[in-house]
Write a protein that binds this ligand. Structure first.
Ligand SMILES: [Zn+2]
Length: 174
């Protein structure tokens, strides 16, 4: 058995944590958009629908309505980093929803030599969309069959680049 390192859990707001983890600024607007979509995980929205939904929701809280351009940019950004799932519907309109949490379970690499567990997000950047799509369709297929409460963990096991080149081994011996 390889040792399991405890994963530190942040005590901050989960939405803030998600934004930070994906390199986004924790603006009021970003919190509202992501917060709304996470609160309605099974609904997909067009830009227009989202704008209407947020306009009704945010006014009392901070008095600022999200303008269209800001909203569009935010949605693009959130989609780029994989927090939102974008689909084109039958009428060729883009619809957005929160990326199911089970899908963007971070791919990670477990080294069988040094037992380090490292995130693969950047290493797999180029295929991140394909992985998300594959995971998404697998989960949807299972959901259709009646499976529930699924989560998905994408772990790759092997020997990391450091160990493979002997650097980590040499350091451990020295
Ligand atoms: Zn290693």
């Amino acid at each position: 058995m390889s040792p399991v390192l405890p994963r530190s859990k942040s005590v901050t707001d989960p939405i803030d944590a998600l934004l930070s983890a994906h390199g986004l600024r924790r603006t009021v607007a970003a919190r509202r958009v992501l917060g709304w979509l996470l609160a309605h995980p099974d609904t997909s929205y067009t830009h227009a629908q989202l704008q209407v939904a947020l306009a009704g929701e945010g006014d009392a809280a901070d008095g600022s309505a999200l303008d269209r351009v800001t909203l569009y940019r935010l949605i693009d950004r959130l989609t780029q980093v994989g927090l939102l799932l974008c689909r084109v519907d039958a009428s060729r309109v883009r619809r957005y929803q929160a990326m199911p949490s089970s899908v963007h379970a971070m791919p990670h690499f477990e080294c069988q030599s040094c037992h380090r567990d490292s995130p693969l997000e950047s290493a797999l950047q180029a295929s991140a969309d394909d992985l998300d799509r594959a995971a998404q369709s697998a989960l949807e297929a299972l959901k259709a069959l009646g499976y529930q409460g699924m989560s998905l963990d994408f772990a790759v096991r092997g020997v990391c680049a450091d160990c493979a080149t002997g650097a980590a081994t040499a350091a451990a011996k020295g």
